[in-house]
Design a protein around this ligand. Structure first.
Ligand SMILES: NC(=O)c1ccc[n+]([C@@H]2O[C@H](COP(=O)([O-])OP(=O)(O)OC[C@H]3O[C@@H](n4cnc5c(N)ncnc54)[C@H](O)[C@@H]3O)[C@@H](O)[C@H]2O)c1
Ligand SMILES: [Zn+2]
Length: 350
């Protein structure tokens, strides 16, 4: 796998330092959200603005996008071309995919603009498009040559967004354990400055896991799915932001780890009693769980369409024994549904 260079800087880099021939692909929202981005992007001659979100990743829309990008790249040398992709995870997944297939692969640079992408999706090389309602069905492994973390861009997000990114940080801290979890567990507040401070260690943690299994062949990378099996169905069903859904998914996985006696009650208590654990559950949780009972038939369908199943109805579920000790066990889709009901009843009658 190519070595991904990481750069942490306060403000945007000079465009001329980003490669000989560059095309900017960016989330158009950023023009309104960040004055410094607005000024910076005006220095690029070749640029392509997109509307972020799942429809950007829809395979049906891809031919239209790629034709326009190819037009834009006319008269550029494919050997020298770098796509500079600025945006959140959807723009990163789309732009990364484009870079991986355009002229059989051109240079790729990520400048993530959401906490979620800065902590997670801009690292590890996965690109993706959606087919119909099924997410990430098409994709490539194509790590960026360089990923630049720009503090002023990340801080341009509404403060509430920090909560979404926090889940991915917590995920890495729980998978890694050690001092990362120790330091994080004693934090009192989640905000942009706190995430920025932890960014280098969280990215390093993710990249260490990815390096053991860059293309998901040995199964070691699978632990990064902690919280994601149930997180993804909540994300699709309730149309939740990814980070929020993953927080619920991790909460679910912790409770199931306790129920299956993988995690001891003492360990569970220790985690729950940290100040930072309250951030796992967002204010919308009550609404989500009390408004209507989980529609199990739809959940079942969503679980069955999850491409990470080992056989038609089996899933490799990531549990946690304690911070630093993830445990993978094969469960059936029905086991997950039974546990959803158990946790739902527990919440309702608490
Ligand atoms: N490739 C991977 O490894 C990987 C990992 C996790 C998630 N993902 C993907 O990432 C996507 C979710 O990530 P996301 O939430 O970053 O996606 P996103 O690109 O959809 O961004 C979410 C919203 O934030 C807005 N936004 C972006 N930057 C902003 C800023 N600085 N200020 C204000 N608003 C801003 C966007 O316009 C959009 O409305 C999903 O498509 C998911 O499948 C990919
Ligand atoms: Zn995630």
């Amino acid at each position: 796998m190519k070595k991904n260079q990481l750069l942490f800087i306060q403000d945007f880099p000079k465009p001329q330092d980003l490669g000989e021939e560059r095309v900017l692909i960016y989330d158009q929202v950023l023009i309104k959200k960040s004055l410094s981005f607005k000024k910076w992007q005006s220095q690029f001659d070749k640029k392509y603005a997109v509307t972020a979100g799942e429809s950007l990743k829809a395979v049906e829309h891809f031919p239209k996008h790629i034709s326009k990008i190819i037009d834009l790249c006319q008269n550029t040398s494919s050997r020298k071309l770098t796509l500079v992709v600025v945006g959140g995870g959807s723009v990163g997944d789309f732009g990364g995919f484009v870079a991986s297939i355009l002229k059989r692969g051109v240079g790729l640079m990520h400048i993530p603009s959401t906490w979620l992408s800065a902590l997670d999706s801009a690292h590890g090389g996965k690109t993706a498009l959606n087919v119909g309602k099924a997410k990430n069905q098409i994709g490539t492994f194509y790590p960026a040559g360089k990923t630049i973390l720009v503090k002023s861009l990340l801080m341009s997000q509404p403060e509430s967004r920090a909560f979404e990114g926090f889940g991915e940080l917590l995920k890495i801290a729980w998978l890694q354990g050690g001092t990362l979890w120790k330091d994080l567990s004693s934090e009192k507040e989640v905000d942009g400055n706190m995430l920025w401070r932890y960014l280098p260690r969280a990215i390093d943690g993710k990249l260490k896991i990815v390096a053991q299994d860059p293309e998901e062949k040995s199964g070691l990378r699978h632990i990064l799915n902690f919280g994601h099996t149930v997180g993804h169905i909540l994300e699709s069903y309730h149309q939740l932001p990814h980070g929020i859904a993953i927080n619920y998914g991790m909460d679910f996985a912790l409770k199931w780890s306790l129920e299956r006696k993988i995690m001891s009650p003492a360990e569970f208590e220790k985690i729950q009693s940290t100040a930072i654990a309250v951030y796992l559950l967002s204010p919308v949780r009550d609404e989500l769980f009390s408004a209507k009972a989980p529609v199990l038939k739809d959940f079942r369908q969503l679980l069955l369409s999850d491409k990470k199943k080992t056989s038609s109805t089996k899933v490799r579920f990531v549990f946690l024994k304690s911070p630093g000790k993830p445990v993978i066990q094969e469960v059936s889709v029905d086991d997950i549904l039974v546990e959803i009901c158990r946790q739902f009843e527990e919440d309702t009658y608490e």
